[in-house]
Design a protein around this ligand. Structure first.
Ligand code: ZN
Length: 479
């Protein structure tokens, strides 16, 4: 995931096996009016039997594991716009056809390509020390051979913003802000701001480069990759994330006196590189033009394997849809899988999808892009009249340990443009306590995925997608 919408409340809920017995605290209360009369059951006995069947089948299925294992073994890292991302699209088309989905296709678009060919930094002087860094996506190159300057440390972005220009001019800015570990990922929303904003703010004050403490929660000597702000904000300062251990070291050296760093970033930057979205469908038996959208993204950063981000999501939504595909009767509406390209360097696939499909009727969308941890909460972003329906869906998820959430679902980066265009969304919130230990690092590898948690995810997506696709429920404001 690249962005993460902030939840209304950062909840520390014990992991979810006992949700059926758990009285939900008021801070988490689902947005159902407690005074309203109980809604007529929107789920038929036949649908309930199908849901039971889907849940049981998912909890025994290894399909999601097989999909992500194959993706990271056959393709591996898939940088947006690269030849590897193109191979991943072909892999996805073959895989989706093998699973007998309909209308499997690539929808191509082009993106600005960026890749670091060199990323090195070291503290210089009488006691030189190399640091582990990752150039931030979109960073321009330093001059050949690198640049060297004194480093000025700021505790956070606000401190940089408040600093006078003469404290910054000619220096390398270092933002030393730490990220909080949270179950719902809300720590990321707060911490990631420095990744996009350090370079433009530092540049405006005359800095020569920008270093940030990695946006992550692990203690390892890895730096976390991630996009900066070239496209959105026009920054032109070289920028890199440094590992937590090296951020500690740099802060200690600065506390002892003037500290100089040499930074060498060389980047391959090209316009109009090929990317694309991969689409597949289960056509609805009665209302094929009404779409339930299940998204994940196919590209990844390239230091790891792209297993938890977002090979897991690709596997979860595909395996869930496949279980529905295998039912004796297709649901009434169309279920569409969107495996988006080029999410990590600017959510280009999500934008391309919204542009190409704006005129279609999207009933609801969901995206799996928060790793492979178990789902613990179901959030909606529905019109008020549809909230009882949301609650009825949640009851079918409760046997999986999933509790009700609020009505402020974010939906995910690749369906963000569709959400803004009015598509209702839900979040099947995964436990992300350890997600940012691995996110965008060399440690994003297959062994971080628990097959059992993956099966629980598949069950939840299958139950949700089947219920909305087999219904005539409308989750936007009534027409
Ligand atoms: Zn992702």
């Amino acid at each position: 995931m690249r962005y993460f919408a902030l939840g209304l409340a950062a909840l520390a809920f014990a992991s979810g096996a006992s949700a059926q017995q758990t009285q939900q605290p008021s801070a988490t209360s689902v947005a159902v009016n407690p005074q309203a009369p109980p809604a007529a059951a929107p789920i038929s006995p036949e649908q309930e039997r199908t849901v039971d069947r889907l849940r049981a089948a998912a909890l025994e299925s290894n399909l999601a594991w097989e999909i992500v294992e194959d993706l990271v073994t056959e393709i591996g890292p898939r940088l947006a716009g690269s030849e590897a991302e193109a191979r991943a699209r072909d892999w996805a088309v073959n895989m989706l056809r093998e699973q007998r989905f309909s209308n499997v296709r690539i929808e191509p678009f082009t993106i600005p390509y960026w890749d670091a060919t060199r990323e090195e930094a070291s503290i210089v002087g009488p006691a030189p020390q190399p640091m582990v860094i990752a150039a931030l996506g979109g960073s321009p190159s330093t001059p050949q051979g690198g640049l060297e300057a004194e480093v000025v440390r700021f505790a956070d972005m606000a401190a940089l913003e408040a600093a006078p220009e003469d404290a910054v001019r000619g220096r390398i800015v270092f933002i030393d802000e730490r990220m909080q570990r949270t179950q719902d990922g809300s720590g990321y929303g707060a911490a990631v701001a420095k990744r996009g904003r350090c370079a433009p703010v530092a540049q405006a004050k005359g800095a020569v480069a920008c270093l940030i403490r990695s946006v992550g929660t692990d203690p390892h000597r890895f730096a976390h990759q991630g996009g900066s702000s070239r496209q959105s904000q026009g920054a032109s300062l070289p920028a890199a994330a440094i590992s937590p251990a090296d951020a500690d070291l740099l802060a200690r050296r600065i506390s002892r006196g003037a500290t100089r760093v040499r930074l060498d970033i060389q980047a391959d930057i090209r316009e109009n590189a090929p990317s694309g979205n991969v689409i597949a469908e289960i056509r609805g038996r009665e209302r094929p033009d009404e779409i339930v959208l299940l998204a994940a993204h196919l590209d990844s950063w390239d230091m790891g394997q792209g297993a938890v981000d977002d090979g897991a999501g690709v596997a979860i939504v595909t395996a869930a849809a496949k279980l529905i595909r295998d039912l004796p009767r297709r649901p009434r509406r169309t279920i569409r899988i969107l495996l988006a390209g080029a999410e990590e360097n600017g959510v280009h696939g999500g934008a391309a999808y919204a542009e190409a499909h704006a005129n279609e009727t999207h009933i609801v969308g969901a995206e799996s892009d928060f790793g492979a941890g178990p789902i613990w909460r179901f959030r909606t972003r529905f019109a008020d009249h549809a909230l009882p329906y949301g609650r009825a869906i949640q009851r079918q998820l409760a046997p999986l340990g999933i509790i009700p959430g609020d009505n402020a679902a974010g939906g995910g980066a690749d369906i963000g443009a569709m959400r803004q265009a009015g598509m209702p969304v839900v979040d099947l919130s995964q436990n992300g306590l350890d997600y940012f230990d691995y996110h965008h690092t060399p440690n994003d590898t297959l062994d971080k995925i628990d097959p059992e948690a993956l099966r629980q995810n598949v069950a939840a997506y299958a139950v949700f997608a089947y219920l909305v696709a087999d219904s005539d429920g409308v989750f936007t404001a009534e027409p």
